[in-house]
Structure formats: structure tokens, C-alpha cells
Design a protein around this ligand. Structure first.
Ligand SMILES: Cc1cc2nc3c(=O)[nH]c(=O)nc-3n(C[C@H](O)[C@H](O)[C@H](O)COP(=O)(O)O)c2cc1C
Length: 186
């Protein structure tokens, strides 16, 4: 199931998994920051995220690889080497719940499910509205994923605060969490 390429890259390979949240339009900042830190990057998006949530052409140009969303056919070459780490940003309510439950019905969620077995570091930046974040299933999903070793950034709702401004999405936090000293958020 893992997307692999024949030749090993010179640099460690980071999978950036993109879900269908409004902030996904800014994912180029994450890819650029990851490349600056020495990662080679491959982008895997959910099918919904592919439908206008971010600039897939820009991601292909930045990474030099196709944006993956669907499984390859058996005769296709494996376009990505195995991951050295996985960053999920933004992570939606839907994908986080499916990931925790092991419902691998998209390449993105299947990749996340498999990362646990590969033993590579995984970090996620949820982008979930407060009204969804209180759902008992979501709370249980986060607890389960934390127990699996997933490192989480601070909650982010995407909603404006009392002053009417919206906090920036902390894209680089997910890279910090993947550093050897990165610790799961409390
Ligand atoms: C403009 C727009 C913005 C959205 N933003 C979010 C969001 O921030 N967080 C979230 O969990 N879902 C958000 N959604 C809903 C998800 O897109 C929807 O639940 C989708 O099924 C998620 O699919 P995925 O998890 O496979 O990417 C948004 C939907 C739209 C149309």
C-alpha cells in the first residue's frame, strides 16, 4: 500500500497529507518550509481536498512530483519513496475520525493508518470547528491517535476571535513536532 519509488532520495522524505479544510489553500507555506529544513516532500491529498481547496499545480511544481490522491493501478510505478515522516496539515474532523477508526477508504487515510505500522514519526495540525471538536467521537479519536504516538499541534478552529481577527494557521509547528525532540502537545 505504501507509495514507493525505486530510487532512494538524497534527503529524508516527508509525506504532507492535506485534508479539505479552508486553510489548505496555504499549504504551499508548509511545503516551502519543509524543503528549507532539508526534507524532500510528496503531497498526498484527500479526494475532497483535490476539488479546489489548494493549488495542485503549484504543489506539483514545488515538489517535482504528482500530487497523490488515488491509488495507483498495479502496473503504475510507485511515485513516492517510503516516508521518513508524515505531516498532516490541515487535518479535518472527518479524516481524524476515520484515521483513528482505521477506515482506510482514501489513499490519504490509508497512508496515515499504515504510518503507524511503519513506525515513522507522524504529526498533525487539526483544523476543526469548536462545535465539532466537542463531539465525543472526535475526543476519543484524538485520544486514540495520541496513544498511537501521533504528535498534535494546538487546537485551531479557523473561526475569528472576539476581536474579529483569525489567528494564523501555524504551518511550521507540524515540522517542529517532527524534530527528534518534538513532543506531543498536552
Ligand atoms: C470551504 C470549506 C471549508 C471547510 N473547512 C473545514 C475545516 O476547517 N475543518 C473540517 O474538519 N472540515 C471542513 N470542511 C468540511 C470538509 O471539507 C468535509 O468534512 C470533507 O468531507 C472532509 O473530507 P476529508 O477529510 O476527506 O478531506 C470544509 C468544507 C468547505 C466546503
Amino acid at each position: 500500500m505504501t507509495e514507493q519509488a525505486g530510487a532512494a532520495p538524497d534527503r529524508p522524505f516527508l509525506y504532507v497529507v492535506v485534508c479539505a479544510a479552508g486553510v489548505a489553500s496555504g499549504v504551499g507555506a508548509l511545503v516551502a518550509a519543509a524543503q528549507t529544513r532539508g526534507w524532500e516532500v510528496g503531497v498526498i491529498a484527500t479526494p475532497v481536498a483535490m476539488s479546489g481547496f489548494f493549488d495542485t499545480d503549484d504543489m506539483r511544481e514545488r515538489t517535482g512530483r504528482p500530487v497523490r490522491s488515488r491509488w495507483r493501478t498495479p502496473d503504475d510505478p510507485r511515485p513516492f519513496p517510503p516516508p521518513d515522516a508524515v505531516a498532516v496539515a490541515p487535518a479535518t474532523f472527518n479524516t481524524l475520525n476515520k484515521w483513528a477508526a482505521g477506515i482506510a477508504d482514501t489513499l490519504a487515510v490509508a497512508t496515515l493508518c499504515e504510518a503507524y505500522g511503519l513506525g515513522v514519526p507522524v504529526a498533525a495540525l487539526p483544523c476543526v470547528a469548536d462545535a465539532l471538536a466537542v463531539h465525543p467521537a472526535y475526543r476519543e479519536s484524538l485520544a486514540r491517535l495520541r496513544a498511537m504516538g501521533v504528535r498534535f499541534g494546538d487546537p485551531y478552529s479557523g473561526m475569528p476571535g472576539a476581536d474579529g481577527t483569525r489567528a494564523d494557521f501555524a504551518w511550521e509547528r507540524v515540522l517542529d513536532l517532527l524534530e527528534p525532540a518534538g513532543e506531543p502537545a498536552a
